[in-house]
Design a protein around this ligand. Structure first.
Ligand code: TMP
Ligand code: ASP
Length: 259
């Protein structure tokens, strides 16, 4: 598969064209950002772990019937995915109150929600990804009613699957963010789960100790982000139990600047 020109660069990933028109290459960077890009750092090896973790989760989701963009891993940092038109909405699914839910509404951090809460945010960095309602989505035609109905059902299925998968490895799935895209190919017109699912986009707490194993380690200056992601990968069975070795750096070594 030949790598073509850069199509899009986001905060944590780059999308490249490839020789097959219906596919693209997704490259995972080591960049970490928070608070709408105000806090930035480079965490060596993060992209490698997210590439593997997202592959693992999306492969399992596909096996339980959640159609998604993942096709195949290419190398340590890259995977082939289906080329979709991203729906400009960040879908947030919450099981436990934390993060912006607590600061926005004054809900006590760690409150277990009686039922799963779905929130929609407009995917727009310049506006800080504001919270929006279904009415906004339909009024401004960011997605159709049919699409949102379909996605809402999928969100609950994805949540059920992920909660169970993480519980099995001693991790509580507190919340997560996903994105969906429209895939148009031949006569197909499908909604696919897209982007990534990784500790960058989920909140993962150790069940016993409530230790944070996700990007909150960066947001809250807790340190050891790489080690936490490595722990998630190890528990998922992606890395060997004994492996303490940092993955080889690629394309070139960078200093760890985890402020
Ligand atoms: P929040 O509590 O900051 O709104 O985050 C909710 C979930 O969404 C949490 O798992 C982190 C994830 N998230 C992203 O993946 N990208 C983002 O830009 C934001 C704000 C949150
Ligand atoms: N990814 C978002 C940003 O850079 C926010 C976050 O994940 O907290 O700014």
């Amino acid at each position: 598969m030949k790598k073509g020109k850069k199509l899009y660069e986001g905060k944590a990933k780059i999308i490249y064209a490839c020789s097959e028109k219906s596919l693209v290459i997704q490259h995972f960077k080591d960049d970490a950002t928070a608070f709408n890009n105000k806090k930035k750092s480079v965490i060596d090896g993060k992209g490698i772990l997210n590439n593997r973790i997202s592959e693992h989760i999306l492969t399992y989701l596909s096996q339980v019937g959640i159609k998604n963009h993942f096709v195949k891993r290419l190398n340590m940092r890259e995977q082939i995915i289906k080329r979709v038109e991203i729906i400009p909405i960040e879908f947030i699914v919450r099981n436990v109150a934390t993060g912006s839910l607590t600061s926005r509404l004054g809900i006590e951090d760690g409150t277990v929600l009686d039922s799963t809460l779905v929130e929609y945010c407009l995917k727009d960095d310049k506006l800080g990804d504001p919270l929006i309602s279904r009415e906004h989505i339909f009024a401004f035609k960011w997605a159709t009613k049919k699409e949102i109905e379909k996605i809402d059902k999928q969100l609950l299925r994805i949540n059920d699957f992920l909660v169970g998968m993480f519980r099995g490895i001693g991790i509580k799935l507190v919340d997560f963010k996903v994105e969906f895209g429209r895939y148009k190919f031949n006569n197909k017109n499908e909604i696919l789960l897209a982007d990534e699912i990784s500790p960058d986009t989920c909140r993962l707490w150790d069940i016993q100790t409530e230790k944070k194993l996700d990007k909150d380690r960066f947001r809250k200056n807790l340190g050891n982000l790489f080690q936490a992601y490595q722990e998630v990968a190890r528990r998922l069975g992606i890395l060997h139990e004994q492996s303490n070795v940092r993955p080889l750096r690629y394309p070139k070594p960078k200093a760890v600047k985890n402020k």
